[in-house]
Design a protein around this ligand. Structure first.
Ligand code: AMP
Ligand code: MG
Length: 405
């Protein structure tokens, strides 16, 4: 199955969560707007000065060197009187422009001469005036429902007076790791590792990735490779979560218990997705007692496969659960600084790094067990199946900065 088809099938099931949270705007970074944000006022609210200087009438200044009496002083937060013809008003950045003035002369183009001001440069009408409403018109939608809020968006919401904001509630996501070989860092010292065991690394990045994506993570720990334990964790996880994400045990080996468990409790599609790293990916539902169901996604066990499959499948899904429309990561195009003579029969996501020259360097070991590649790399080259790459070829690059937030 192609990755695009798999993703489309998955997204078709991702209905938005059923409720919103009302948060202080301060606390809404990374969350997704529930309803359009419409401005009840214009921004800026009044015509105001963009400079420290003097508000003037251009008609009074036909040549450089004109001397004008200073009739008033307007600081930010004050409102002045209409500007009398033949006078200037001392004004500061952000202060309202007095009626009658049609330009601001910046302080650097003036000399103060006992109570009067000499204008040393002829002003252009409108200069250094920020007109009311030039940022935001009253009644306009500044951010649409489904927008993921970033720091600049928080500032924009504040600029129209929103101290609180409605955002999609956090999707509740249960995670668990299957595998009898797994032990937890911290529980077992490296020198005490039983033969055949490995540390559970997937659990760490899954949790962190989900948290960055605005999810509440309910970690169900490590589940041993047997039918009963797998059934039990699935049922418990389905009860209180929107989505269950597991790693490993989704192949068709005898030690893979995820597939039969989900089939017993709900529905499962096990796909061989044409992507590398990746390939085995399970998607389905686990029924709850109430009759509704939780979504299920089973990721491969190998750390890099698990990581990349998460970025390509789970990331868009959990964003869509929050109402984000455009969930595709943005890509750039850059020249390869490597040769790929033997491309894979699957679409491949190569771990690469953008160098100072703007070219992409390939990490030496692209094996799906080598997690070092995902840390070294600052992005993925999205290479089509069977596509040979020669140094200098322009390739599609997805920066990690797009994927990890
Ligand atoms: P499986 O899908 O169960 O066949 O696992 C594939 C590979 O991934 C095996 O080498 C596992 O030991 C490894 N693996 C599975 N789960 C994890 C995990 N949570 N952390 C690190 N490696 C894992
Ligand atoms: Mg296993």
């Amino acid at each position: 199955m192609s990755m695009d088809d798999a993703l489309a099938a998955v997204l078709a099931q991702a209905a938005r969560v059923d409720a919103f949270d009302t948060l202080d705007t301060f606390d809404a970074d990374g969350r997704v707007l529930w309803a359009d944000a419409v401005s009840d006022l214009q921004v800026p609210p009044l015509d105001n000065s963009a400079m420290d200087g003097y508000a003037v009438r251009c008609a009074d200044i036909t040549e450089a060197g004109v001397l004008l009496p200073v009739s008033q002083r307007i600081a930010a937060g004050q409102v002045g009187e209409p500007l009398a013809a033949g006078t200037a008003a001392r004004i500061f950045t952000g202060a309202p422009v007095p009626p009658g003035a049609d330009a601001i002369v910046m302080q650097e183009d003036t000399e103060s001469v006992d109570g009067r001001v000499r204008i040393t440069a002829v002003p252009r009408a409108e200069q250094w005036i920020r007109r009311a409403g030039e940022d935001i018109a009253k009644g306009s939608t500044i951010l649409k429902a489904g927008t993921r809020l970033n720091p600049a968006a928080l500032g924009l919401l504040a600029s129209i007076g929103l101290g609180k904001v409605q955002v999609a509630r956090k999707p509740r996501v249960a995670i668990f790791s299957t595998g009898d070989e797994l032990v937890m860092p911290g529980d077992v010292l490296p020198k005490d590792m039983p033969p055949g065991s490995i540390y559970n690394s997937n659990r760490f990045f899954l949790r962190a990735l989900l948290m960055r994506l605005g999810c509440e993570v309910n970690d169900c720990g490590i589940v041993p490779d047997n039918r009963e334990a797998t059934l039990k964790v699935m049922q418990d996880a389905a009860a209180g979560n929107d989505l269950i994400v597991s790693t490993a045990g989704v192949s068709v080996g005898e030690e893979d218990h995820v597939k039969p468990a989900v089939e017993q409790l709900g529905e499962l599609n096990l796909w061989k997705i044409s992507m590398k790293p990746g390939k085995p990916f399970a998607f389905g539902k686990v029924r709850r007692e109430a009759g509704s169901s939780a979504h299920f996604m089973g990721l491969p066990g190998n750390p890099v496969s698990s990581f990349v499959t998460f970025l390509m499948m789970v990331r868009p899904f959990v964003l869509r659960l929050q109402g984000v429309e455009n969930v595709a990561p943005r890509a750039l195009y850059a020249p390869a600084d490597f040769d790929l003579k033997k491309p894979d029969a699957r679409r491949e996501f190569l771990r690469v790094r953008l160098n100072e020259q703007g070219a992409l360097e390939l990490f030496g070991n692209q094996s799906s067990g080598v997690l070092t590649s995902a840390v070294w790399g600052d992005g993925l080259v999205d290479n089509p199946a069977m596509n040979i790459v020669k140094k200098g070829d322009v390739v599609r690059f997805i920066p990690m900065s797009e994927l990890l937030q």
